[in-house]
Design a binder for this molecule. Structure first.
Ligand SMILES: [Zn+2]
Length: 405
């Protein structure tokens, strides 16, 4: 079966400056092109940039911006339940230690994950993936980390695969489970990494969790397993984890709200992405990372939702784009680069996803407004049609008239 689609007459079509780029450093974001164009799709791939008058499906893109499918390179899917009560405690001034004493925090999500059946976990996660698709996300990464035991972490890997996450990351070192100290749990992390089929390994480095020495050890484990190293670092404190992550060959360092000024230049020069999570920053009243400086220095910047029940129950990348533009002093193009090509690179998928190029997977999103409106009309979802793997995957009801077959 070959579906052909012609997306006709877009006012703006987002293209990289040249084809074949694995990523684009942020000081070059201004080179992205935004010309009027059409786009033809065949056999699940982008076939060209002119109308295909014989296409089986036609999509009228008059007045639309057409962008690559958005890539969410940092989520904690799948998880069970939510923690809304905890959010209210947090915003009304109850300290995290007190919330944890009342049974909240990661431990609460671990209990919910343990109590939910596989079917319940997957049903919740699938409804979130559907919401993400309606917001333009066509590929995403999911992490383990709410297991807090060897068996439950292995179950989380299995459920991430069943969910269909494009990448499954073993965040085995998320919190130190009861009955372990951090060193002893790292022995279990080592064994889990050897036993489970994951695409990357991740760690939460913070005073309440793991330390730089554990990040260094995880780097060695990731190298042994031949998978990418990622790390949650500098979220609430400056632990100077970035030099450790760079020395360990990390693919990305994520959060960075408390990035030390001396670490900006080495990170910007490295082939390691700065994954920024402005939704978590807002919801947890974190500091703002030096994102303008990172972009100007030529870092590979990426954006993600950090979708999780504790600090960022957010699924919308257009919302994240709006937050990034306002908090970081970024242009709309810089923010879109960060959740398309560079986000795909974080996941090792930029040969296939993240930009509109002939031969790439046909993940294409229509916005019913110019790109400049995405951050400006903050909180509005501009996504009206989503094509995923060369098939029309979602049409907003009021845009049904744009699609004819
Ligand atoms: Zn996270």
């Amino acid at each position: 079966m070959t579906t052909t689609i012609s997306i006709d007459g877009a006012a703006e079509l987002l293209r990289p400056p040249t084809d074949g780029l694995s990523y684009l450093r942020h000081n070059r974001a201004g080179e992205l092109r935004l010309d009027p164009s059409s786009i033809a799709i065949a056999d699940g791939r982008i076939a060209g940039f002119e109308r295909d008058d014989g296409a089986a499906v036609r999509i009228d893109a008059t007045g639309c911006a057409v962008i690559p499918g958005l890539v969410d390179c940092h989520t904690h899917l799948p998880f069970a339940g939510w923690r809304a009560e905890e959010y209210e405690l947090k915003v009304t001034g109850v300290a995290y230690e007190e919330i944890a004493r009342r049974g909240g925090g990661i431990a609460a999500s671990a209990r919910a994950f343990a109590e939910a059946s596989d079917g319940e976990v997957l049903a919740q996660a699938r409804s979130l993936v559907a919401e993400m698709l309606a917001c333009g996300t066509t590929a995403f990464e999911g992490k383990t980390g709410y297991g807090l035991s060897v068996d439950a972490e292995a179950r989380a890997v299995r459920l991430g695969r069943e969910l269909g996450a494009d990448r499954v990351t073993g965040l085995f070192a998320h919190a130190v489970p009861d009955g372990y100290d951090a060193d002893a749990w790292m022995n279990e992390v080592d064994a889990l990494a050897a036993a489970c089929e994951v695409d990357a390994l991740d760690i939460y480095v913070e005073s309440v969790a793991f330390a730089n020495e554990h990040l260094e050890r995880l780097g060695a484990i990731a190298a042994r397993e031949g998978v990418a190293l990622r790390a949650h670092v500098e979220q609430f404190n400056a632990n100077r984890s970035v030099p450790v992550a760079l020395a360990a060959g990390a693919r990305s360092v994520d959060h960075l709200a408390c990035l030390h000024p001396d670490d900006i230049a080495p990170l910007a020069a490295a082939e390691c992405a700065a994954v920024l999570l402005p939704g978590a920053e807002l919801m947890s009243a974190e500091r703002t990372p030096p994102a303008r400086e990172l972009a100007d220095a030529g870092a590979i910047c990426a954006l993600a939702t950090d979708c999780n029940p504790g600090t960022s129950p957010i699924v919308s990348l257009p919302l994240i784009v709006g937050l990034a533009v306002r908090r970081y002093g970024w242009t709309a193009l810089e923010a879109l680069l960060a959740c398309t090509l560079n986000a795909a690179w974080v996941l090792g998928l930029s040969g296939e996803l993240g930009s509109l190029e002939v031969g790439k997977r046909a993940d294409v999103v229509l916005l019913d407004e110019p790109i400049s409106h995405v951050p400006y009309r903050f909180g509005r979802n501009p996504v009206c049609v989503v094509v995923r793997r060369g098939e029309v995957a979602w049409v907003r009801p009021d845009a049904a008239g744009r699609v004819s077959a």
